[in-house]
Design a protein around this ligand. Sequence first.
Ligand SMILES: *Cc1c(COP(=O)(O)O)cnc(C)c1O
Length: 388
Amino acid sequence: MPASSLFKSRLLTPGPTAVPEAVLLEMAQPIIHHRTKQFQAIFAELSERLQRLFFTTGPVLTLAGSGTTAFEATQASLAKPGSKAVTIATGKFGERWQDVYDAYGVLQVRINVEWGKTVDPAELEQVLKDNPDTSVVTVVHSETSTATACDLKGVADTVRKTDALLIVDGITGVGALPVKQDEWGIDALVTGSQKAMMLPPGLGFVGLGERALKRLEELEPTGIYNLDLRKWVASHKKNDVPFTPPVSLVRGQRVALEMIEDQGIETTWQRTAKLAMASRAAFEAMGLKLISSSPSDSVTGVYYPDGVDDSKFRAAVRDNHGVHIAGGQVGRHGDYKGKIFRTSHMGYVDAADTLAALMAIETELRAAGHGIEPGTGVTAASRVLTAD
Ligand SMILES: *Cc1c(COP(=O)(O)O)cnc(C)c1O
């Protein structure tokens, strides 16, 4: 899009996502030193707001790095040496967490689910019975690559019956989908700043329950330094961080969470769900097929109709309408590259953005030769959006 374009740019990729103007302005404030009372006051408020968002009374650590940094730190810090990890993969990100444990030489029992489907807690229960020496279970709440949500409460209930700790990738879950860390018994809940948290990339968050904190105390350090969560927990007790934090991002995150809490956390979940429901109704009306049999409300994935070229289509949606959507990814157990597109419903996105995206998608599908009656998708979505 040329710089002089009058199009609004609408970022509807499932990460990074749009950042509210109030957050951008807060991040433009002069840099302050992090070992000061001023920064500590901001950090303390952020930590409390994070606890409320995670529905936990335990510490929620704020790490510099992307979501992967925070998740790897959690995996590496909590696995018992010589024990097993049960690693559930329903898409690209679950497969990544298997790669991380491979890199650390942690023994794994892998549950690989066909892309577009989700894990059955009964299968997990059997795997845990067969492997009583399991020390951690990893699962992705909302698998962004396949736009699929799992029954996280069911998974947590299953893991709770054993001595294993449950580590949850909540990177497109927290702030978008209902999740209550303490009530559901999640030992470690991880997210990143650039999905539902309404911030640019650069921060990762780890909420730790009592059992996870106890495990950290019992274990000896194992080939990690910056990623060793023991350091972060020790600092957090003093309302501090062990290394220089991205001060501007911390400031911005405090404001973004204030916005979410002013709206209401549950209301935020409901808003996200409504935008997702409207989008699914629109795609169905356009005759398109969802990629997931257990769709996540934070992101919707749709198969292209025959004959639509992925990169040309997404470029047209971007260049002619200012709407950024995502394509498909490829992994070990699935391949969506060139076959699907994905739109996000997380964070700073509203009904107008959603309708704009649907209009752009419909227009460019028609231009690519897919015969749809004009207005079909938008009409179906509006019906959902205007209903009480
Ligand atoms: C984006 C994403 C990640 C990776 O996070 P990065 O910030 O890119 O490291 C992991 N898991 C899920 C479910 C994601 O959506």
